[in-house]
Write a protein that binds this ligand. Sequence first.
Ligand SMILES: [Zn+2]
Length: 125
Amino acid sequence: MEQDELQLQTLAIRHKELAGQIADIGFIWPGSIQWRWKVCGKPNCACSKDPAARHGPYPYWTTKVNGKTVNRRLGHDEAILIEKWIRNRREIESIMAEMKIVSNQALSIAVKCNVPRQEDSDPIP
Ligand SMILES: [Zn+2]
């Protein structure tokens, strides 16, 4: 039992460390950014014949809203910021995945440590 409580304590410390890492991460943003090269459609423009002369790249933000993919062209500065915020979000997601694993390990031990409790063994009146 003491071993279990020690292990539970170790997991709680790890969980708190991970939560602390999340606290230090800045703004987050959903979806992803793609940089696309474009053909303008003007018949005399070099881009119509030469793939290397295409315009861009221009940043496009893609996300899902109610299961539907949504695209939006971004300004260059906006895109640089959002790229960083998307990296932040992915970092938080990977930390949360580890927190879930730690919590999962904690559950079986926590259940053992709490049973039998007095109130559980009391007969129902
Ligand atoms: Zn063109």
